[in-house]
Design a protein around this ligand. Structure first.
Ligand code: BG6
Length: 505
């Protein structure tokens, strides 16, 4: 039987973030974070990525004066905070070898600028990683995934203020010192490039707090501070715990030319350079010339300290973690062309690809292209730490979820990844499905945009029992993992009817 043979150490996992699953938003000493201020807004068109990601100071005040969880989905999440033993047990039963998750900064330093950490928070994460280790699951830890403590926004303007680098340093070192025996893989900042797309959830920046400043300049300043903060953590780990691996993380969206008109090819290349700028800085250790030129042209001035350049140069990441969900097209002149509904970057609709209910175009070959392009550019190990499908699922009367569409998505992406591993000469540490249980969507604050392999009985208004039900995709992934490092090629041609509990349990 023909098979894809992969390295036995390859990490097969699942991924999530604290603010999207934990809940327990004000328990055991946790402070308020920006994620606790993000309201589910049913009146908004959820395919309008820009609108769902904007926030004002007035809305933050409203959030602070309402201590309920009803409208603030990330305050309750899916109650992973209390359910983690059971959730990890269920996920371990699938046969995963990695679990990517993030730590809530405000659980450790409730106000961000506290002198001492909250011991209850540290103990919570210690127990969490011990639980993973118990099942031989490698924890992949993200230190900052869309949830800076709110106090740092209100009193320091978040990542715009250089003092926040010091606060992050204290937080990160505290956590690393505490957990380094249990966690080998660390990612300082999730999708560092996302600050451009959603400056509030990514870096705590609220535009109306900077009335006399060019907000674009504010964003790039905060971004620079994040690069410095990451480099400091990489330095600390390399010097103190040389066995740890510290990655950078970017959003890998493939951008294709609308057609072979060289002007469109050039435009696509220019946009892809903007994607790579963020990994260039963290892997090559300097701002690429094309970015510096762009900043100059746009009159953006980053204030930096004399030592920053050297710090960034000397402390580059050990691996490149990336998320991949979709691709878009572009053209030098987009007038008259149909655009995709939910753009993370402005995109022209690609007639060759289907799209998700939320308007993200589905492109498995784009994942393979991401692997090739990133590896060719850097020759560093890669790690797919997010890939999955947000879709609305139906729980049937007999408590099943027949999510063939998600299985197709995962099957086709994983298939391309395996082909790439075997054919393209790349280095890949592992693959994590974005989705453990269902979780609250980062952009739309809905749970009905479901990503999980395990269904959670909860609706967008916060009603439900929080009970968990394994989806068909759970059993499909379990079957895939049961093959170990020799995966039959025929598995990717099998009809999906084989997916049911009895077939794999
Ligand atoms: C990634 C984020 O960009 O996309 C995740 O790191 C997020 O936090 C995922 O959940 C999917 O996006 P969304 O908005 O559909 O949840």
């Amino acid at each position: 039987m023909k098979s894809y043979q992969i390295d036995p150490d390859f990490l097969w996992g699942v991924a999530t973030s604290a603010n999207q699953v934990e809940g327990g938003w004000n328990e055991d000493g946790k402070g308020m974070s920006i994620a606790d201020c993000l309201r589910y807004r049913p009146q908004l068109d959820v395919t309008n990525y820009k609108a769902t990601n904007s926030i004002s100071s007035r809305q933050v005040k409203e959030a602070m004066s309402d201590l309920s969880t009803k409208n603030w989905a990330k305050r309750h999440g899916v109650d992973f905070y209390h359910n983690y033993h059971e959730d990890i047990k269920q996920l371990a039963a699938m046969g995963i070898s990695a679990f990517r998750f993030s730590i809530s900064w405000a659980r450790i330093f409730p106000n961000g600028d506290d002198q001492e950490p909250n011991q209850a928070g540290l103990d919570y994460y210690l127990d969490l990683v011990k639980e993973m280790n118990k099942y031989n699951i490698e924890p992949i830890m993200t230190l900052s995934h869309y949830e800076i403590p709110l106090n740092l926004v209100l009193n320091y303007d978040a990542w715009y203020d250089r003092r926040v680098i010091g606060f992050f340093d204290r937080f990160a070192k505290t956590v690393i010192d505490y957990l380094h025996d249990y966690v080998k893989y660390w990612i300082p900042i999730n999708e560092i490039d996302s600050i451009i797309r959603h400056p509030f959830s990514s870096a705590g920046l609220i535009e109306d707090r900077f009335p006399n400043k060019n907000f674009k300049n504010v964003i790039y300043q905060a971004m620079h501070n994040q690069f410095v903060a990451s480099a400091r953590i990489i330095k600390y780990c390399h010097e103190t715990y040389p066995d740890l691996k510290i990655g950078c993380m970017i959003t890998s969206t493939m951008v294709y030319p609308y057609n072979s008109d060289p002007r469109n090819v050039l435009r696509a290349t220019e946009i892809m350079r903007n994607v790579y700028a963020f990994s260039d800085i963290q892997i090559r250790g300097q701002y690429p010339k094309y970015l510096l030129k762009k900043l100059k042209e746009e009159d953006i001035k980053i204030e930096e300290k004399a030592e920053d350049a050297d710090l960034i140069k000397r402390n580059t990441a050990d691996f490149i973690a990336f998320s991949y969900y979709s691709s878009v097209c572009t053209a030098y002149d987009t007038r008259g062309l149909q655009v995709t509904k939910a753009n993370r970057i402005n995109g022209v609709y690609n007639k060759y690809l289907p799209e998700s209910e939320w308007g993200w175009q589905i492109d498995p070959i784009g994942l393979r292209l991401s692997l090739i392009k990133l590896y060719d550019r850097y020759q560093k190990p890669l790690f797919i730490v997010e890939n999955g499908l947000g879709a609305s699922d139906v729980l049937t009367n007999d408590k099943k979820v027949h999510d063939d569409y998600r299985i197709c998505y995962l099957r086709d992406h994983i298939h391309q990844m395996l082909i790439s591993l075997v054919e393209d000469g790349i280095e890949l540490i592992g693959y994590c499905v974005w989705g453990t249980t269902d979780m609250i969507s980062a952009s739309s604050n809905q749970i009905s945009k479901r990503y999980g392999l395990i269904y959670v009985d909860l609706d967008d208004e916060g009603n439900g029992t929080y009970k968990r039900y394994r989806k068909d995709s759970y059993y499909w992934y379990k079957k895939l993992l049961s093959f170990g490092n020799k995966i039959p090629m025929s598995f990717f041609d099998e009809p999906l009817t084989h997916v049911n509990e009895s077939a794999v349990s």
